[in-house]
Design a protein around this ligand. Structure first.
Ligand code: OGA
Ligand code: MN
Length: 282
């Protein structure tokens, strides 16, 4: 057996994985972490201080990774490895609008047929202020929903798009930006209630959700807001305060996440990899 300790963070969310960088790539560790990821939703590797190459290697063991479509021209070693920089530094990030919009609760990839399975964030430069990342457990939140609400929402469908998310931050976009958002994440219908093959159910909600199909727009948005408020109650949440070298992996189909606001002056820089999904929204 390898030297891995997995400790639950709270009854409904997250686990800390205590393993050194030199043992993370040992045989069997990735499999153990994958099982823990499915069970706990978020895995925190405190100050593991992994190299970029090892971050990519470990991510690939959790499933094939995908190069982000927003990655710019290959600029540095991290880029070449397929790592995407999450930062407000305009010399490192290609489009800042998506980074700013991360401050609203969301699921990644809601305009794709198959959303990513997991996202891996490694803290290269911790923010000097702000910039915590928070997660909520959609499985636990759905489970705890009152039966009448479960019945009410069972067959509803929601239109998601990148513009819906970005318009929450940028109230006055240029038509050029708006056009790019619509191209990157075009309006896409998804089920509101997503029953997954692991037996768990999540709600496909968050900042990319624009409206509910066939419902008055305001009424639909009010229902989406009510569901979001339900899912993000403290008992379903874990908020991570970053130290240099921390790595956090989250199970995207089962959680919502958001970055608490930070500024470019905070210095915050995350190295991100994305593990491809295997299950379509259904
Ligand atoms: C993301 C994201 C949150 C953060 O990269 O998809 O939402 O805290 N990041 O940077
Ligand atoms: Mn995200």
């Amino acid at each position: 057996m390898s030297d891995v300790q997995i400790e639950k963070i709270s009854p409904d969310m997250g686990a800390r994985v205590l393993v050194s960088a030199s043992h993370l790539l040992d045989e069997g560790v990735a499999e153990q972490c994958l099982a823990a990821l499915n069970e706990y939703g978020v895995l925190v590797f405190p100050e593991i201080n992994l190299s970029d190459a090892d971050q990519v290697e470990f991510s690939n063991r959790l499933g094939p990774t995908k190069a982000s479509k927003f990655t710019g021209e290959k600029k540095d070693e991290a880029d070449k490895l397929g790592i995407y920089p999450v930062t407000l530094d305009p010399t490192k990030a290609k489009f800042l609008d998506y980074v700013h919009s991360n401050e609203h609760w969301h699921m990644d990839g809601t305009t794709y047929e198959v959303p990513p399975k997991a996202t891996n964030l490694k803290c290269v430069v911790p923010p000097s202020s702000g910039g915590d990342t928070e997660f909520c457990n959609l499985y636990a939140a759905y489970e705890a929903l009152p039966a009448e609400m479960k019945a009410k929402i069972e067959n509803l469908r929601v239109v998601h798009c990148a513009a819906a998310a970005n318009l929450r931050y940028f109230k006055n976009p240029t038509v050029i930006d708006l056009q790019r958002w619509l191209r990157d994440g075009p309006p896409t219908e998804q089920p509101l209630v997503w029953k997954q093959s692991n037996g768990h159910t999540s709600l496909v909600i968050g900042s990319t959700a624009d409206h509910i199909v066939g419902m008055d727009v305001e009424e639909g948005r009010a229902l989406l807001a009510e569901l979001l408020e339900w899912c993000t109650q403290p008992q379903f949440c874990y908020r991570h305060h970053w130290s240099k070298g921390d790595m956090v992996i989250f199970h995207n189909p089962g959680v919502l996440h958001r970055a608490h606001r930070y500024t470019v002056d905070s210095g915050r820089l995350m190295h991100r990899t994305t593990i491809m999904g295997t299950e379509a929204f259904a």
